[in-house]
Design a protein around this ligand. Sequence first.
Ligand code: ADP
Ligand code: MG
Length: 250
Amino acid sequence: MSAKLKISGLRASVGGTEILRGIDLEVGAGEVHAVMGPNGSGKSTLAHVLSGRPGYKVLGGSVTLDGKELLDLPAWQRAQAGLFCTLQYPLEVPGVQVIDVLAEARRAAGGDPEAVAQEARTEAGRIGLDERFLLRAMNVEFSGGERKRNETMQLAVLKPRFAVLDELDSGLDVDALRVIARRVEAATTESNLGVLAITHYARLLTELKPDVVHVLLQGRIVRTGGPDLANELESTGYAEYRDSGVQSSG
Ligand code: ADP
Ligand code: MG
């Protein structure tokens, strides 16, 4: 059976306002789907709701990984089921070493935590993250670029089945962006990773090649197309979708 992350009719609110207003999306193993949209369209809200972050209220719909409902599960069980989420602004965890987080995650997945250190060093080297970062407290006093490299290293070591990446490109210079996007792209073939890449700009997608591009506006997917859609959006922006008036169903 081929693995699948399936989002159906997902509606969610935060602070009493409905932000996601019916999202349908299906990512297969090894596929890359991009979700693009202007500021405030609900991209991070989608990532947070998928990750199980507290503070969001699911109003309807479902999210399944190989048929297993994720919305009923706390964040750590979603991770165990094979879902990995990166944050637009990765959190600092003072007092907890990066390597300990990886070992714990590996143990929780029933694997060998002893093997993690060598894998982490290898993966850090692959994306130009100094291995001393493995012994530092998670993201504490990391630069924006170091945080994104750290997230990518964790993804590479933990080998989830699906990854939701919220603005993996934000705060990165061109060289860092290329390295990270290539590493994620490689995972789609090396471990058949399925990716939901949430991004504002098309530049991430020149290295991490999407199979499908979705446009998110006001909490709905208003258009779905092939990779060319990303370039089109880069030159035309989102005005066309606003003008064509995404009607509120009230
Ligand atoms: P994007 O990532 O596409 O820029 P977000 O998902 O961050 O957009 O935000 C979508 C909308 O939800 C915005 O209008 C934002 O102000 C609102 N929003 C996000 N978080 C909260 C919150 N905690 N309370 C109230 N409104 C929020
Ligand atoms: Mg965002």
